[in-house]
Design a binder for this molecule. Structure first.
Ligand code: SF4
Length: 374
């Protein structure tokens, strides 16, 4: 296996020593061992991804570690205490160090743990990002959610909603740029958070995009963001002006194609509103990601499929199916119980919905538990 990797085209240079192989793909490096263990490092020498004894881990910039299981059958989980994973990775590097022909990462467990507080000098905790934007640089142009009332969403509960003033936004972008360092290499554009950043008034948003162009000119040509359909108060001309400033994709939390289900979820949106939002965005040449929840019953599945069929989607767009996460005993659990859909299996319905939504746009799974900012 190591001899195959030695010739892998993705590496600029490789070094074989003892039972190890080091692959360099600047600014990134990967350290492999014959045992099958491997650790990938970012350009700052921090580990990013590791496979140890057949278990795969991802380290988030915020210091969290995700144990990745890689499929819908078993959920990825956050490692309760990342210290032991850092310890194993540091020990792995220390075993390789004496015979390594080039300097290896010198990050200690303590330094890796301290990254959590350093991250918080640049960012607020980063909520969620859709799967095709996991490689974007997150920029927090707003904080919290102006509505905060959807029964299935606890992302911003108790947080004050505010638009970040432009001077504060510039300082945030500069701190994020410094924190990410060489990790800006190979990124897929920017993701503008948090909830509904695109609902900001048009003049504020245009200036915010200008700030991004000044601070991160390459990445600012490809900007994506969330927008709730009930918050689309922009004309096609205004959306086209945002498109001209780099807005390339908007993710709409449709949740359901059934108005009664939207009411049950206490989402103040309608199917007609969602359709109008997609029409306006597509007319402005902005691609869309439309997100549906799974686990809400057959009426919801049929209505969502009918809605998707009626939307002007094409191969640039994506439809996401996101299994509903229900906290036992919570308000959503009680609301579902009252509708007689308390026992639905969200994972099973995700498969049904996935098939029902097939059309011109790609359909993909979106499990919010898989997200970690890396
Ligand atoms: S789903 Fe969107 S609108 Fe609803 S509470 Fe969450 S962030 Fe706010």
């Amino acid at each position: 296996m190591l001899s195959d990797l030695e010739r892998a085209p993705r590496f600029h240079r490789t070094h074989r020593f003892g039972t190890f192989l080091l692959g360099e793909a600047p600014p990134f490096t990967s350290l492999y061992e014959e045992s099958g263990d491997v650790v990938h490092f970012d350009g700052e020498g921090r580990w990013q991804r590791a496979t140890l004894s057949d278990a795969t881990y991802l380290r988030g910039f915020d210091g969290a570690v995700l144990h990745r299981f890689g499929g819908p059958s078993k959920q990825d989980v956050r490692v309760p205490s990342p210290t032991s994973i850092h310890d194993r990775i540091v020990a792995f590097v220390e075993r390789a160090r004496p015979s390594a022909p080039v300097p290896l990462s010198s990050w200690s467990t303590e330094a890796l743990l301290a990254e959590s507080s350093r991250f918080l000098t640049a960012y607020r905790p980063v909520g969620i990002v859709p799967p095709d934007r996991y490689r974007s640089v997150v920029i927090q142009a707003t904080q919290g959610c102006a509505y905060n009332g959807c029964l299935f969403c606890s992302l911003y509960k108790g947080q004050r909603h505010r638009a970040v003033p432009h001077d504060e936004l510039r300082a945030h972008v500069q701190r994020a740029r410094a924190f990410l360092g060489s990790n800006l290499t190979g990124r897929r554009g920017l993701f503008l958070g948090e909830a509904n950043a695109l609902a900001l008034p048009q003049p504020h948003l245009l200036t915010a995009l200008d700030v991004l162009h000044e601070e991160l000119p390459t990445l600012a040509t490809d900007v994506a963001s969330f927008l709730d359909a009930f918050d689309v108060h922009k004309s096609t001309a205004e959306l086209a002006a945002l498109r001209a400033r780099g807005l390339s994709r908007v993710f709409l939390g449709a949740e359901s194609g059934d108005d009664a289900t939207l009411a049950l979820l206490q989402k103040p949106a309608t199917v007609a509103g969602l359709r109008g939002a997609v029409d306006a965005l597509k007319a402005a040449n902005v691609s869309v990601g439309v997100i549906f929840l799974a686990g809400l019953g057959p009426t919801h599945v049929d209505a969502s499929a009918a809605l998707v069929r009626s939307l002007p989607l094409d191969e640039r767009d994506v439809v996401y199916v996101s299994p509903l996460i229900v906290e036992p005993g919570g308000r959503l659990a009680h609301a579902l119980e009252r509708r007689g859909i308390a026992t639905l299996d969200a994972a099973a319905e995700a498969t049904t919905l996935h098939d029902a939504l097939r059309g011109r746009a790609k359909v993909a799974r979106y499990d919010v538990r898989r997200w970690i900012y890396t």
